[in-house]
Design a protein around this ligand. Sequence first.
Ligand code: NAP
Length: 310
Amino acid sequence: MDETRALGRTDLRVKRIGFGANAVGGHNLFPNLNDETGKELIRTALDGGVNFIDTAFIYGLGRSEELIGEVVAERGVRDSLVIASKGAHKEVNGQIELDNSREFLRSEAEKSLKRLKTDVIDLYYVHFPDGKTPLAEVAGTLKELKDEGKIRAIGASNLSFRQLQEFNADGYLEVFQSEYSLIQREAEKDLLPYCEKNGISFIPYFPLASGLLTGKFTKDTVFEDSRKNRPPFQGEAFQQNLERVDKLKAVAEEKGVPAAHIALAWLLSQPAVDAIIPGAKRPDQLKHNLGALDVQLTEDEVQYISDIFK
Ligand code: NAP
C-alpha cells in the first residue's frame, strides 16, 4: 500500500510506515550493534520504499545520523526522503544533560545537518524538555530555524499534556512523538485527542513495545539491554502482557498474518497517527514490519484488539 499522509499542516508527505533508526549506530543504547548492519538497515528501508527515517543525536551521540547521511549520499536519494532528527541531549564530562536553550538547540541543529550531510532537516524535534527553558520559547527557537530554512517542520517529544499545550501556545507544533502502543495506552487520554483537534501528527514510539508485540518472548526470555529494567518486562506485568499477546496472536492467526502486523495496523487505525516508525536490529525484521501495510482491520477488529489490552 503506497498511501502517504501529510505531517501536520506541512506539505511533507510520508509513507505510513517509516523506520526508527535508534539501532543504527545507537551503541550507547543497545549492546553488540555494528555499523555495517546499521547501514544495511537503512539500505533495506530504502529498498522497501520507506521514505521517513527517524533518528536523534542521542542514538550513538551522532553516529546514527552519520550512518544515515552516508547511505543517503551513497544512494543519492536525499530529495525523496523525509528525515527526522532530535536534539536536547548534551554531553558534559561524559555525562548526559538536557538543554533546550536557543543557543544550544541552534548549534545542535547545525551539527545534525553536517552529520546527515544535508542542508535542511525535514523534521526537527526537541527530544525532551529540560525542565527550565519555557516551552513556548523552545517552540520559538524551532520556528526561527524553520524560517531560516534549516528545518522544514517543528516537532516535540516526551511532553506531558500540560507541557504540550505550553509548547504549542503559538500554534507552531506540527508533529508530536510520544510512547504509544497496545501495551502503553496513556496517550489516548489527552495527548492524542489534542493532536487530532489541532492538526498535529502523532508519531508513536515503541510501536511494537520493544518487540513484545511481535509475540516472540516467553516467560523464560532473558533481556540483556534496557528492557530488563522497564516495567512491561518485569514480574507480574510481564506475565500479564504475555497473556494479552497470546490473545493478539489468536486474532493474527485467524486473519492469517503475524501478530506484529496486527499491532502495527491497529496503531495506524488510530486518529492523529499519520505514520509509525518501528525499529529493527536486523534487515529481516524491518522487511517483516513493512508487511503491516497490507493488513486492513475492520472497526470491530480494532475494538476487539483494543479491549484485549484495556
Ligand atoms: P519498537 O519499534 O517498539 O521495537 C523495535 C525492536 O523490536 C527492534 O529493535 C527489535 O529488537 C524488535 N523487533 C522489531 N521488529 C521485529 C520483528 N519483525 N520480529 C521480531 N523482533 C522485532 O521500539 P523502538 O525501535 O525503540 O522504537 C521505534 C523508534 O522510535 C526508534 O527506533 C526511535 O527512532 C524512536 N524512539 C523515540 C523515542 C523518543 O524519546 N522520542 C524513544 C524511543 C524510541 P530485538 O531484536 O532486540 O528484540
